[in-house]
Design a protein around this ligand. Structure first.
Ligand code: ATP
Ligand code: MG
Length: 498
């Protein structure tokens, strides 16, 4: 047992969470939880009898879907999402904090006290989801030194363990998300060139497809549906996931399912039928690969290695598809679902050598004059384009449009489109300026994008020289203010989490 506080990496996954540390010999290692599991299912169960929250396999197998929360990571970007349990409202950050608190408490029994951590997030996580992840770490009692993108952490692991160098494409198919990232790795460090992601494309979508196959087979054999409520549906979904995993090893597999109405049935499925049923999902992943290549004007031949990350890449169909596309066998490691946590622990040591890019464009809404027609339209103007290396800072100057304007309002956007309809407004700035000035006064907005991919803006009124710093804040039932985060952090110490 070590006594000095440990610096760990934590992969807070949609389906599983892993924690790694750096052994005294310099190699990263997964630290198991107190139940002996290397990866902890990201599931929380609120027990109705004792005031205890279960996390992990016990929570997943609890058998009460009404009191079980899973896939919470999919809601980290939703300002309105909350979970109501026993008269208390839980935000996604707090649910995630319960998982992180279990990891911190369990693993510190093995490696000593844990205080500082690097947390990972999908590359395409937006501002709000990153903020919620930082809050989750803080509430769980961690000092989050940095959040790093999952593919970057994985690339760091591959560079360390397999000495991969050159242009690497990380193909990360996890439980809930797909991330495609192109990085340049040399002996000095890692540079991220481009990143594309789909927040709603992961292993659980494959499970939903297999669930349909099972349900259809059962319905045609027994003439009745396989489930009548959510608990029954989740049980079949679990069987479907087991079947999917078996089909990664075998060409044909079967699962026993049943309902009280139709009785027990053995469902046989071949890999061929499964692959045909999920072919659309496979195609969507390749479209994202093409998009990532196009964004840096690369052809498949420009990539030296494709590195597999995430449990979903165990599917032989994924490997075959990538081999066909790139003409070379993708690289894998024995622990595709652990390498993000292992890389995050390495990042704790090598953080300074990593350069990431911003994964969304940031801009402002302003009146824009069409040079040809003179017509004015309200449009999104991009200030920091997607894939700009970070940290970065960019300014843009606007002019006031009316005489006597004494309140300048700027809306900060996240998104690629020039049409305001298709971008998110993530913040509003209101700057008071002295009255009685003509139209045409200049206002400069400067965006700073820090290494955690959080955005800050300052607005400077050029005539008065007045500058205002604006931290982007969100509103919604699912968002915690900074003071609420602190209050929750204190309250968490007394929670029973197992
Ligand atoms: N042998 C296998 N064959 C097919 N799929 C598998 C296999 N093993 C694990 N998976 C799938 O991998 C997914 C979990 O992968 P992983 O643990 O990498 O995801 P995660 O990190 O929790 O999610 P995310 O990265 O999206 O947040 C699950 O959907 C699981 O069913
Ligand atoms: Mg993952």
């Amino acid at each position: 047992m070590q006594s000095s506080p440990q610096f760990v990496g934590i992969d807070l996954g949609t389906t599983t969470t892993g924690l790694a540390w750096i052994r005294p010999d310099g190699n990263p290692e997964i630290v198991p939880n107190a139940d002996g599991e290397r990866l902890t299912p990201s599931v929380v169960y609120f027990d109705p009898h004792e005031d205890v929250k279960l996390v992990g396999v016990a929570a997943r197998d609890s058998g009460d879907p009404d009191r079980t929360v899973q896939l919470i990571k999919r809601h980290m970007d939703d300002p309105e999402f909350t979970v109501s349990m026993d008269g208390r409202i839980w935000t996604p950050a707090e649910i995630s904090a319960i998982i992180l608190a279990k990891m911190r408490r369990d693993c510190s029994q093995i490696i000593g006290p844990i205080e500082d951590a690097v947390l990972t997030v999908p590359a395409n996580f937006n501002e709000l989801a990153r903020k919620a992840t930082l809050a989750a770490g803080r509430i769980a009692g961690l000092n989050v030194r940095r959040i790093v993108n999952e593919p970057t952490a994985a690339a760091l692991y591959y560079a360390h363990a397999q000495k991969l160098r050159g242009r690497i494409m990380v193909y990360d198919l996890g439980g809930g998300t797909l991330d495609i990232t192109i990085l340049e790795v040399d002996d000095h460090g890692i540079r991220c060139l481009a990143s594309e992601g789909a927040g709603r494309l992961g292993g659980s979508d494959f499970d939903e497809r297999i669930l349909e196959l099972i349900a259809d087979a059962y319905q045609s054999a027994h003439g009745v549906g396989l489930w009548e409520n959510e608990l029954e549906r989740r049980r079949v979904l679990q069987s479907g996931e087991d079947l999917k995993k078996m089909l990664s090893k075998l060409r044909q597999a079967s699962e026993t399912v049943g309902s009280q109405r139709g009785g027990v049935a053995r469902i046989e499925l071949t890999r061929e039928v499964f692959e045909a049923a999920v072919s659309r999902l496979f195609t969507r992943t390749i479209l994202l690969v093409e998009q990532a290549l196009a964004s840096v004007r690369f052809s498949p031949q420009d990539i030296d290695h494709v590195a597999l990350v995430g449990g979903g890449t165990r599917m032989p169909g994924v490997r075959r598809m990538l081999k066909d596309y790139f003409g070379t066998e993708p690289k894998t490691c024995g622990n595709v679902d652990e390498c993000v946590a292992l890389g995050a622990a390495l990042f704790a040591m090598k953080g300074a050598d990593v350069e990431e890019v911003c994964n969304h464009s940031y801009g402002t809404l302003a009146l824009v004059e069409d040079a040809a027609t003179g017509a004015e339209t309200y449009a999104n103007t991009i200030v920091i384009p997607k894939n700009t290396p970070i940290p970065c800072e960019q300014s843009q100057t606007y002019v006031t449009s009316e005489d006597n304007e004494n309140l300048i309002e700027v809306e900060i956007t996240q998104g690629e489109d020039s049409d305001p309809k298709y971008v998110d407004i993530i913040g509003r700035i209101a700057l008071k300026v002295p009255p009685n000035r003509p139209a045409g006064c200049e206002v400069t907005v400067t965006y700073r994008y820090d290494e955690n991919q959080r955005v800050k803006a300052t607005v400077r009124d050029e005539r008065s020289g007045k500058t205002t710093e604006v931290a982007i804040s969100y509103e919604g039932a699912g968002v915690l203010s900074d003071s609420e985060v602190e209050a929750r952090r204190e309250a968490f110490d007394s929670l029973r989490i197992e």
